[in-house]
Each structure stands twice: as C-alpha cells, then as structure tokens.
Design a protein around this ligand. Structure first.
Ligand code: OAD
Length: 232
C-alpha cells in the first residue's frame, strides 16, 4: 500500500472557522505571543496562560472538521495515511484520521508542569470537563499545564515525524506558512523519488528547489483536486 504523509498547519482548519496564526487577527486572539505561546510566559503568569487555553478549548467545541479533514481521513480506504500536524486542535481525529502526530501538542490534553512528558500525569479533557481551574494540581503536586509545545521547548514528536516523512511515497503539505522550525524543515526528509504537493492559497516560504507541485487553493478545494490526482 502506498504511503501518504500529510504535513498540516493552521490553514487546514481555517475553513472550520479557526484563525491561522499569521493572519491579521491571528489565533493568539491579540494576546502577546510571548505571554501565551512561550515557556517564559508560563513561568511569569501561569494563571493568565491557563485562562487563555481554557478559552481556546471552549472555542474548539464550537468548531467542526471541514471537507479537507474528512478527505484526508477518507484516503485511508486506499492508502497508508499518516498526518503530522502542527495544529493543537483535534479536528483530524474527529474527521476520522487514525494516525495523527501532533508536533506542537494537543489542546485537549493537560500534563504536569514538572515533567511534561510523564504520561502517567497526562489527562485527556472532554467536552464535559474542559476547564482547568486556576491553581489545579497534577498528581505530582505541580501545576497542571496545557500539553502544548511552546516556543523555547523541545519538540518530542520530531523524530517520529522524520521517520514517517522519510518513508512516504507521497508528501502533501496543507496550510502552513513554513515559518516555524523544526516543522518547516520536515519536507527535506522526503525521499528523492517521493511525490510532493503543497496546498495553500497564498505564497508561502516552501522551498522551491524540491520539485513540489503547488496547488494554489484553499484546503477544501485543493484536497478535492488532490483526490483526483490520487485517482480516488
Ligand atoms: P500560519 O498562520 O503561519 O500559516 C497558515 C497558512 O495557512 C498560511 O500559509 C496561509 O496562506 C494558509 N491558509 C490560510 N487559509 C487557508 C485555507 N483556507 N486553506 C489552506 N491554507 C490556508 O500557521 P502555521 O504555519 O500552522 O506553533 O504556524 C506554525 C506554527 O506557528 C503553529 O503551529 C504555532 C505557531 O507558532 C506553536 O504555537 C508552537
């Protein structure tokens, strides 16, 4: 079975009504990036950060997967599909994708702030258990924190993502500006004979030297075009 790896960014969720980061009214909702998306912001004011992520979680409940998420999931009928996403939403999973690697963490998960990768302290939040109370503690006595990879933190899923990209027959990038590393560098791990596609309505910083086929469309339209190219 041919293997397709999708590398997705905020653009794949844009048509679900989730703002991208680098648009004018970006996803940080006018909160300073250094306060809500940087490990230093957490150290300085964990309550502010906790409330911000509570707000994002509540917003996520009102959003639904769009056609692009659903078509990516549908491709599993004929291909081995792995999604490597920079998004912290759960729309790929809710659309039915069974193999999703979250490079930048997951909005619906919280963890210990003493040891973020201690899986015993990970807690999956649900629609009915969305809000982390100010000062709420993990079992190890440290503050519960969002399971998000902030600026200044390592990217634990990076090696796994590299392994997936380097074994793919087809790599499809959807809706990322290629501005944030190491995610932006993953495409360079694709095999020389892999087919590469990039779906984005705008000019991005994607490398021009790799022979990528650019589909300059929004995710939903671009995915429909890709389905035809994949003879689906
Ligand atoms: P960006 O906001 O940087 O880029 C979004 C991309 O989506 C742009 O290239 C847009 O042109 C494109 N786009 C907009 N609407 C689209 C649509 N309907 N269909 C397809 N594409 C569309 O978001 P990311 O590249 O995902 O990390 O940002 C990368 C990382 O920056 C995020 O994961 C986040 C942030 O820092 C962390 O917070 C750790």
């Amino acid at each position: 079975m041919k293997k397709i790896v999708f590398l997705t960014g905020a653009g794949v969720s844009a048509e679900s009504g989730i703002k991208t980061f680098r648009s004018d009214d970006g996803l940080w909702e006018n909160h300073p990036v250094e306060k809500v998306a940087d490990i230093c912001g957490w150290y300085e004011n964990p309550l502010y950060v906790n409330q911000f992520y509570n707000m994002l979680r509540s917003q996520l409940q009102t959003k639904q997967p769009n056609l692009a998420h659903r078509l990516i999931a549908q491709l599993e009928e004929k291909f081995d599909v792995v999604v490597v996403t920079q998004n912290v939403d759960n729309l790929h999973e809710r659309a039915g994708s069974s193999s999703v690697i979250h490079l930048h963490g997951e909005l619906m998960k919280v963890c210990s702030s003493k040891d973020k990768e201690d899986v015993l302290q990970h807690r999956e939040l649900t629609e009915n258990d969305l809000i982390v109370k100010d000062g709420e503690l993990s079992a190890d006595g440290s503050l519960l924190r969002p399971y998000i990879v902030w600026f200044g933190e390592p990217v634990p899923m990076l090696d796994k993502a590299i392994e997936e990209v380097s074994s793919a027959d087809v790599v499809v990038v959807v809706g990322t500006s290629f501005k944030v590393y190491p995610a932006a560098g993953l495409i360079h791990y694709a095999r020389k004979d892999a087919q590469l596609f990039c779906i984005d309505p705008n000019q991005t910083s994607a490398p021009t030297s790799l022979g990528i086929t650019f589909i300059k469309k929004k995710a939903t339209e671009g995915m429909q075009e890709l389905m035809k190219l994949m003879k689906f």
